[in-house]
Design a protein around this ligand. Structure first.
Ligand code: MN
Length: 247
């Protein structure tokens, strides 16, 4: 290690520079691919509404960054992991998350963070785009039974979301019997990792609110209810009761 000649050192330096250059090219490619999730078995879902539709709570720039950059990067990272371990694309996503111990060591952390991120955001886009009125279906009765009403649910959910230290999510989980619960998770973790089902959830990573709300996470949590799509949540509740809710 200590007998490097000058010639060796020059060669080693050239090698290091080549590595840096290669890394820069790879990063640039990853960034350009990251607007659509790149090539591979995992796909970035399109938003089911326009980027400006949630303006009452979430600004258009945040929606572009959040969907086209953050979510796309999770999908691109998953597709890169699938090149290394193609079998990760052979299982339903909720099964993979519930059995992370069976995911190959070399991609397990990547799958935990990026598949978690992919399913969390796919759910998140789906359950927004409404006018935040109120649930109408069976979910309404469950909210009344398990929380005492929608206002109580909102208060408990917002309090839990405000308390999360750093990045994470606040979820309402649902059992097949229809029982609801509020659960917080750090990073891109999800109750799916314990085999549970998510009725809906809100993203409290700073990237989801910082442009408009800066450090006022509680204001974001309160405003967010005005764009929740209760029709979709009713559908997810019915699917959970039938054992058909996946992610
Ligand atoms: Mn996010």
């Amino acid at each position: 290690m200590f007998n490097l000649t000058r010639r060796h050192m020059i060669a080693a330096t050239a090698g290091a520079l080549a590595t840096i250059t290669t890394t820069r090219i790879a990063t640039a490619q990853q960034q350009s691919a990251a607007t659509d999730g790149g090539e591979g078995p995992f796909k970035l879902p399109s938003l089911p509404y326009g980027y400006d539709v949630l303006e009452a709570a979430i600004d258009t720039d945040t929606m572009h960054l959040h969907h086209d950059k953050h979510h796309a990067a999770y999908v691109a990272n998953l597709n890169a992991a699938a090149k290394q371990s193609p079998q990760i694309a052979d299982h339903p996503m909720e099964h993979l998350l519930a059995n992370l111990d069976q995911v190959p060591d070399g991609v397990r952390t990547t799958v935990r963070n990026n598949l978690g991120g992919h399913v969390n955001h796919s759910m998140f886009w789906e359950i927004m785009g409404g006018t935040g009125t109120a649930p109408a279906g069976e979910a309404a009765a469950a909210i009344e039974r398990d929380f005492g009403g929608l206002d109580q649910l909102k208060t408990a959910f917002n309090t839990t979301g405000a308390k999360i230290f750093g990045s994470g999510w606040v979820f309402v989980t649902v059992t097949q019997e229809g029982k609801l619960g509020i659960e917080a998770r750090p990073n891109q973790d999800t109750p799916l990792m314990e085999g549970k089902r998510v009725l809906f959830g809100n993203d409290v990573w700073e990237h989801s609110y910082y442009l408009r709300y800066q450090n006022r996470r509680a204001d974001y949590l309160s405003a967010w209810w005005t764009v929740v799509n209760w029709t979709k949540i009713d559908e997810r509740y019915a699917a959970a009761r039938q054992g058909k809710l996946t992610i």
